[in-house]
Design a protein around this ligand. Structure first.
Ligand code: ADP
Ligand code: ZN
Length: 714
């Protein structure tokens, strides 16, 4: 690095980016002026560059405090892949390794040294640091210093001494926690000297927000996965057992899913995490124990199987998706049951903050039940002004249908009153719908006047509407009295007809309208196919070099490569996210893959006329059998079979019955849940080569459509 390079030049040289994100340039400038700063940016906002770049722009060694070994390892790996001399010191290293790293620091080779907070409280270490030219201290995850936060680390308290030992060295504290109280705490605890505080917007525009009713959750998840093949994601669950259960079911449905919770042995947990980072596992079903320190930039979706207990946790967890800035999806499943479970849990473990806990849970519930733009609710919660609808949440995309529900409300109220305000929501629904269950008949509930008055609605619909009535004060839930449904404050007026009740029709589809997944124009389909191919190349390279794929290039960069199709190294380095070091190590492999792809299109030049799928489709339409398509295109039969399945899955008109009988598909599908790893090859062997690969691939493709279902397309 030359002393004369500007921050912008260093940004391109070491990170491959052409522009700073908002606030990055100002923060860097301030650190270079040796000022203390506090940086508040959401996860994925781009905090790291705020201290990594000043470290590269000046002489000396930057010390970075990071709370987790996994996090340090990840960051150092990413920096080294970009050609930045970085290292970490922690308890996982051998004595010999430590000595070598220390020598590189004293020799002035290393520019960034990552350490644990414990390390910085050791007097020997401090004394050693005093002998070195320290350029800056960066305190990552700085909220860990605050006892008010959710990740309090007592070791962080020792960091206060840094300002005494190194008064002239600038200190930069960074966190994604926006809380005001915590902000003040960080400044005080670290003894920051007249710090400038930078607060970036917490809006993550690339994250779509959506809430779904917590019914048939597994079916909804499978439906979603079907539409987002191979995209890595996390499913957060409330209990350890449900993480195991869901992972197991997804696995049996043919997905690479695994569970993660604090009750599992450490070795298993790190193996799972590592496999996820490397894209060997697609889906992690986890408790909140999973996530902090996951720097994986290509998490494409996050789901909440259960309601989180507050919006802070929720926002942190969804924030792990889409760190590369590409679109990512979030889905929250909401059921009132979860609210009750949290309330019970708070009641069982009373603390002095119980009221606060409940108030925060209320806000979470309001978010889940809202019929207003969800992002506005979130941003307002985090004290950020937001006056326009976002266009990227389910409410904005599917404006709700309101209807006059006064009669429904009267029926519900009348039933609740006749039942002495003593039954919970489920029983009330049974009575309204005229259930003949024993519990209802034995108690004589079938004798009351409103019994069966609401038989025209499904139980789920009633649940939805009753919940809305609770939220608007028509009904009330007696939490202290077995959740019995009582009259709400508006009950009398509703019964008199003096108050009209507006209800909102529930949504019934998981996909947003207009769906981004609807058919893509050809050019886009081609780019998509090339992207997928390059992702495979990246994975092979990652395995060869023993690093997670996103360390090589993040998804955004791979997308750009697919879009621009660089023909040589010089064109490759111009792409955002590509640095010299990576061109040297991986460039040729990507360029070769691009050339081969172009050739496989049948076009000799860089101009691609149509996607490889399109060519196969055209030949198929002309009536050629698979073998001849393969011959004409100079591709393997397996490849053509794969194309046909892809075409079918992407809405092209492929008559699959030409290739397999429905009963054959069913026979294969019955074996899928029974095999530990139902890959095409294993199924082929399982049936003693009775069914060809195309039949097996079709069976697998249809199988995922429904949980364990033997579904055939119409
Ligand atoms: P945080 O630590 O705030 O969660 P990171 O520092 O890990 O976020 O950055 C998130 C992602 O954004 C990374 O993939 C990083 O390379 C990328 N990024 C950061 N700054 C820029 C920039 N100026 N231009 C493009 N991408 C950037
Ligand atoms: Zn919105």
């Amino acid at each position: 690095m030359s002393a004369t390079s500007s921050p912008a030049q260093l940004l391109k040289q070491y990170f491959g980016y052409d522009q700073f994100r908002p606030l990055q340039a100002e923060i860097i400038e301030r650190v270079l002026q040796k000022r203390d700063v506090l940086v508040l940016m959401p996860t994925g906002g781009g905090k790291s560059i705020c201290y990594q770049l000043p470290a590269l722009a000046q002489p000396g060694l930057a010390i970075v405090v990071s709370p987790l070994i996994a996090l340090m390892k990840d960051q150092v790996e990413a920096l080294r892949a970009n050609g930045v001399p970085a290292a970490y010191l922690n308890s996982s290293l051998s004595g010999g390794e430590q000595t070598q790293i220390e020598r590189n620091c004293t020799d002035g080779i290393t520019k960034l040294l990552y350490v644990s907070p414990e390390k910085l409280s050791s007097p020997n270490f401090i004394n050693w640091l005093k002998t070195l030219p320290i350029s800056l201290f960066a305190i990552d995850e700085a909220h860990c210093i605050s006892a008010w936060g959710h990740d309090f680390r007592p070791e962080y308290a020792q960091l206060k001494a840094l300002k005494q030992y190194f008064p002239g060295v600038p200190l930069i504290a960074l966190t994604a926690t926006a809380d005001k109280l915590i902000r003040h705490d960080i400044v005080a605890q670290l003894d920051l000297n007249d710090p400038e505080i930078f607060i970036s917007s917490f809006d993550r525009k690339n994250l779509s927000l959506r809430v779904r009713p917590g019914r048939n959750r597994l079916g909804q998840i499978l439906d979603f996965l079907e539409k987002h093949p191979n995209q890595p994601g996390i499913i957060y669950c409330m209990s350890r057992s449900s993480t195991e259960d869901i992972a197991d079911k997804l696995y049996k449905s043919g997905y690479k899913a695994s569970c993660y919770h604090a009750g599992l042995p450490t070795a298993d947990r790190s193996a799972t995490q590592e496999a996820f980072l490397r894209d060997d596992i697609q889906i992690i079903c986890a408790t909140i124990a999973f996530g902090m320190g996951i720097d994986k930039s290509n998490i494409r979706w996050v789901m909440h199987y259960n309601l989180p207990k507050n919006l802070e946790s929720f926002y942190q967890e969804i924030g792990r998706a889409g760190r590369d800035g590409l679109p990512a999806k979030t889905v929250l499943f909401y059921s009132f049951r979860d609210v009750m479970n949290w309330r019970d849990m708070f009641a069982q473990n009373p603390t002095d903050r119980q009221e606060l806990q409940i108030a925060r849970l209320d806000r979470m519930q309001q978010y889940a039940e809202a019929h207003l733009c969800r992002r506005r609710i979130l941003l307002n919660y985090f004290s950020e002004e937001s006056v326009t609808d976002c266009g990227n949440c389910d409410v904005c995309r599917n404006p709700r249908t309101h209807f006059d529900g006064t009669v429904l409300a009267q029926k519900a109220l009348s039933a609740a009153i006749r039942l002495q305000e003593s039954v919970n929501m489920s029983t009330l629904i049974d009575v309204l719908r005229g259930s003949r269950s024993r519990a209802i008949v034995e108690k004589g509930y079938d004798k009351i006047k409103t019994y069966g008055a609401g038989a025209d609605l499904k139980a789920d619909e009633w649940r939805e509407y009753l919940t809305q009535m609770v939220n608007t004060g028509v009904l009330d839930v007696a939490y202290h009295d077995k959740y019995a449904i009582h009259r709400g404050v508006l009950a009398q007026k509703v019964l008199n007809g003096a108050h009209q009740v507006w209800l909102v029709k529930p949504e019934d589809r998981i996909e947003m309208k207009p769906s981004e997944e609807t058919r893509k124009p050809r050019k886009q389909a081609l780019e998509e196919a090339l992207f997928n191919h390059l992702v495979e190349v990246r994975k092979q390279l990652a395995d060869q070099h023993n690093v997670p794929p996103y360390i090589i290039f993040n998804d955004n960069t791979v997308r750009e490569i697919a879009r621009q199709r660089p023909a040589n190294r010089a064109e490759l380095i111009n792409i955002s996210g590509v640095v010299q070091q990576k061109v040297a190590v991986y460039g040729d492999a990507f360029l070769k893959a691009l050339r081969e792809f172009v050739q496989s299109q049948g076009g000799g030049s860089t101009a691609m006329r149509g996607s490889t799928y399109q060519f196969t489709y055209e030949l198929y339409e002309q009536g050629f059998p698979v073998e001849q398509i393969a011959q004409q295109r100079n591709l393997g039969i397996g490849t053509i079979q794969g194309h046909l399945v892809w075409l079918l899955e992407n809405g092209y008109n492929i008559d699959w019955q030409q290739f397999a009988q429905p009963h054959e598909i069913q026979a294969i599908q019955q074996a899928i849940p029974r095999l530990e790893n139902p890959s095409p090859k294993n199924l082929f062997v399982h049936f003693g080569e009775k069914y060809d690969y195309l039949k097996i691939r079709l069976a697998l493709s249809f199988f995922r459509k429904e949980q364990g279902g033997y579904l055939l397309p119409a």
